[in-house]
Design a protein around this ligand. Structure first.
Ligand SMILES: [Zn+2]
Length: 351
């Protein structure tokens, strides 16, 4: 036991607050975006509460992003806001697509307007004037945290915003643009032969699953609300197990609406046993805090103490671990829920 005073390296940048989408359409109603800059303020407060060492990330550059993303997609995201300004009026203040390409429609148009619906999968990924800076910064936070563990640290935490686990190699969705968790995972592969991803966000980690779908060297495990009852709806079911080299290297554990701490922890034990069987040399935790009982996602009923128990069980595995922040929308509870998770995690780390 290192006790409650143990600390870890956390990576954060002020640029993560710049992305500031103003609205979102849900069930036909315009609502305020839940993935707000205020989330960062609360998460950062938790890091200060814990006395963790906070460091800004380096810029790992475009090549690092290409480790899991399509270059055409990176160019699209980086230039989207400027290109939007060239479209005729009337147009809104943020980049949004009108028509979405189901991926049976395979042609990538050369026009910016045609590419909008190809690379953006819904209205939850608006792009404003500063969004790319936040998106790139968030990715750099994940890469910096991963680099620390690659260099020998036992653990690190990346305060990523916007989140990333719904982003595919070439598709944004669910508030996510670049897949921070996948970038951290691939960076760890530069040292570690087998890396496991454990996604505890209440929504299925569909982008991460897709990126590593045919990979035998990366195990992806996701515990999430039944996708038949919430985002991402069409993916995240138990029968999805990977293909080719990746067959059997993807595990989905969907749980019913209203799941409380005890059944959640039972599912976590099952997930951890599967990861131990894979014998990873390092692990990435996609840490959503939206399984919380008061989260607007309204999918599960995990308590603040429950997040501490989740952290403790993960920490006890002793894997070199990168924790990447994903969702969590009960803004007033983020501070205590992140604190609870990190305290639990660190309480079981020592020799
Ligand atoms: Zn989520």
């Amino acid at each position: 036991m290192r006790g409650v005073f143990a600390t870890m390296l956390a990576v954060y940048s002020d640029d993560n607050t710049l992305h500031d989408p103003d609205h979102f359409i849900s069930r036909g109603v315009q609502i305020a975006v839940r993935e707000s800059p205020e989330r960062v303020v609360q998460l950062q407060a938790a890091l200060r509460d814990g006395g963790h060492v906070i460091r800004a990330p380096r810029d790992f550059g475009r090549d690092a992003l290409l480790s899991v993303h399509d270059p055409r997609y990176i160019d699209f995201l980086a230039n989207a806001y400027d290109n939007w300004q060239t479209l005729p009026q009337p147009r809104g203040p943020m980049v949004l697509a009108n028509s979405y390409a189901m991926r049976q429609m395979k042609t990538l148009p050369t026009s910016f307007e045609g590419q909008l619906g190809f690379f953006l999968s819904g209205n939850s990924v608006p792009i404003g004037p500063q969004s790319w800076r936040s998106i790139a910064s968030s990715a750099n936070c994940a890469l910096e945290a991963a680099d620390t563990v690659r260099g020998g640290a036992a653990e690190s935490y990346a305060l990523c915003r916007p989140p990333g686990h719904h982003a595919y190699a070439d598709l944004a969705g669910g508030y996510c643009f670049l897949n921070n968790t996948a970038l951290a995972t691939q960076h760890l592969r530069g040292r570690f032969a087998r890396v496991a991803v454990l996604d505890v966000d209440v929504h299925h980690g569909n982008g991460t699953q897709s990126i590593f779908w045919e990979r035998g060297d990366v195990l992806t495990v996701s515990i999430h609300g039944d996708p038949n009852t919430g985002y991402p709806w069409q993916v995240g079911y138990a029968e999805e197990r990977g293909e080719g080299e990746g067959l059997g290297k993807n595990l989905n554990l969907p749980l019913p609406l209203g799941t409380t701490d005890a059944p959640y922890l039972a599912a976590l034990d099952h997930a951890l046993a599967a990861i131990r069987a894979f014998d990873p040399e390092a692990c990435v935790i996609a840490l959503g805090l939206d399984a919380y009982e008061e989260d607007s996602s309204e999918m599960m009923r995990v308590t603040t103490a429950g997040f501490g128990a989740i952290g403790a069980r993960i920490g006890a595995q002793k894997w070199p671990t990168v924790i990447v922040q994903e969702g969590g929308y009960a803004v007033d509870a983020l501070r205590r829920n992140l604190g609870s998770f990190l305290n639990g995690f660190l309480s079981t780390r020592g020799a």
